[in-house]
Design a protein around this ligand. Structure first.
Ligand code: HEC
Length: 158
């Protein structure tokens, strides 16, 4: 057998073996690392000391300042002025900057869901119903779904 034929035969044999090898016994096992469990943004910026984490806040206990280790430099006026601006800022910017919020354009329902996600997944403190409504109203009013033709809509969803 010429070397070239031998090589072809080997490749063919290997291909057949791999095809037949349904149980994957011949293939090396590659351990796929499991995604790390969702943890709040960079550990360093996750304010462990934030008094707002977990639990339920009594009325009026939305913090008036950010935890000392909030890594962003955002201030209240990075959110547009309006009713609920301050409450929204101190509630939401405890963990991340306001850009993450401003880049969204959502209906009230979706803001509500996003708010709940912050509580359920990220451990945001639960404000009372009045503060919750105030903040969700603010978000829905200031960051509504973007209108078509202004660059915010997804051309693939038309
Ligand atoms: C307890 C910490 C915490 C608080 C408080 C918090 N968030 Fe978040 N938020 C997160 C984390 C963690 C992420 C994921 C960040 C990332 O992917 O970089 C996130 C992501 C987001 C996103 C991006 C989309 C998404 O779902 O990942 C939006 C929008 C958002 N937050 C809105 C808010 C709003 C509005 C508030 C205030 C009502 C708020 N967040 C308060 C932790 C928090």
């Amino acid at each position: 057998m010429k070397p070239i034929t031998a090589v072809s035969v080997s490749i063919l044999a290997l291909a057949v073996a791999l095809l037949v090898d349904r149980g994957a016994g011949l293939r090396p096992r590659v351990e796929i690392p499991q995604a790390a469990p969702a943890s709040p943004t960079p550990a360093s910026s996750a304010p462990q000391a934030a008094t707002t984490r977990g639990g339920t806040l009594a009325k009026g206990t939305i913090p008036r300042s950010l935890p000392p280790d909030a890594s962003h430099q955002d201030t209240v006026d990075t959110l547009p002025p309006g009713k609920g601006q301050e409450e929204t800022f101190y509630m939401c910017a405890a963990c991340h900057g306001t850009a993450l919020i401003k880049q969204q354009g959502m209906s009230r329902e979706l803001w509500e869901a996003s708010f709940q996600l912050m509580i359920d997944r990220h451990g945001m403190a639960k404000p009372d119903d009045a503060d919750r409504a105030l903040i969700i109203d603010y978000l829905a009013e200031n960051f509504p779904p973007r209108r078509k033709g202004r660059g915010g809509d997804n051309p693939f969803l038309k």
